[in-house]
Design a protein around this ligand. Structure first.
Ligand SMILES: Nc1ncnc2c1ncn2[C@@H]1O[C@H](COP(=O)(O)OP(=O)(O)OP(=O)(O)O)[C@@H](O)[C@H]1O
Ligand SMILES: [Mg+2]
Length: 244
């Protein structure tokens, strides 16, 4: 197996007396795609937010390339540079053109030369068929186009790991496919991704690993075939019956 990119070991997260992650452990290897599934409130977003240092944890540990994120010597900015995150709401900067949204990270955070980063940003736009919209403002793009720009904006930072939180759930159903196609393309190109999703068919097709959470407990994890065709746990079966 290739290198472990992200490892959660017994992660506990509480909001006041509400324990929303109850000892979650998982490993994500380089080039691997894992999908987090589970009912609303099961802790998917919280898990992703903990991995990206947007939340602190109350127990266990999270490591990136074997380095515990809780280690005081770790620079949070460096961690976030390695981990890209895309949310349900695309969060593009409305006052910046599409290309400037993409260039922001490479130019300001990575201190790249604008001219070099510019060509790469155009190539990314080309990949999603939006090269000719580079100078447009986000509001002139459809939701699906904006979300694809948000995804390639993360890629422009050349992250080691991409976290995606329900990136299609705010979209008009007709636009979901184009975003899932982009993620499938990224998966085939070896992008390491941890994806919270309600799109079961997508999860089955794209992931090597499915992780089922219920009320903060990792109930079952395995290959798509194991989880979708031969779930061992009653809770997994019940969840899948509900969402299918
Ligand atoms: N900032 C917060 N403060 C207090 N409670 C929170 C906070 N964020 C999340 N929670 C609680 O943590 C639990 C898990 O929420 P989370 O958003 O991780 O679920 P989810 O699996 O992503 O759900 P969904 O499918 O609806 O996105 C819920 O009970 C939620 O109310
Ligand atoms: Mg969520």
């Amino acid at each position: 197996m290739s290198e472990v990119v992200l490892e959660l070991d017994g992660v506990v997260k509480r909001f006041a007396d509400n324990e929303v992650l109850r000892g979650v452990s998982l490993k994500l290897h380089r080039h691997e795609v894992a999908c987090l599934i589970g009912a609303s409130g099961s802790g998917k977003s919280t898990l992703l937010r903990c991995a990206n240092l947007l939340e602190t944890i109350d127990g266990g540990s999270i490591s990136l390339f074997g380095q515990p994120l809780g280690d005081k010597r770790i620079d949070p900015d460096l961690v976030r540079r390695h981990i890209g995150m895309v949310f349900q709401s695309f969060n593009l900067f409305p006052h910046l053109s599409v290309i400037d949204n993409i260039l922001l990270g490479p130019v300001y955070a990575l201190k790249r030369k604008r001219a070099d980063a510019y060509d790469e940003a155009l190539a990314l736009l080309d990949r999603i068929g939006l090269r000719d919209r580079a100078d447009e403002y986000p509001e002139r793009l459809s939701g699906g186009q904006q979300q694809r720009v948000a995804i390639v904006r993360s890629l422009a930072m050349q992250p080691s790991l991409l976290l995606l939180d329900e990136v299609t759930s705010a979209l008009d159903p007709t636009l979901v496919g184009e975003v899932l196609d982009l993620l499938t393309d990224l998966a085939h190109n070896g992008t390491t991704m941890l994806i919270a999703t309600h799109e079961m068919n997508f999860a089955r097709d794209v992931a090597q690993q499915i992780v089922f959470l219920e009320k903060g407990v990792l109930v079952e994890q395995g290959t798509p075939d194991q989880i979708f065709n031969h779930p061992r746990e009653v809770a997994t079966r019940k969840f899948l019956e509900r969402v299918r």
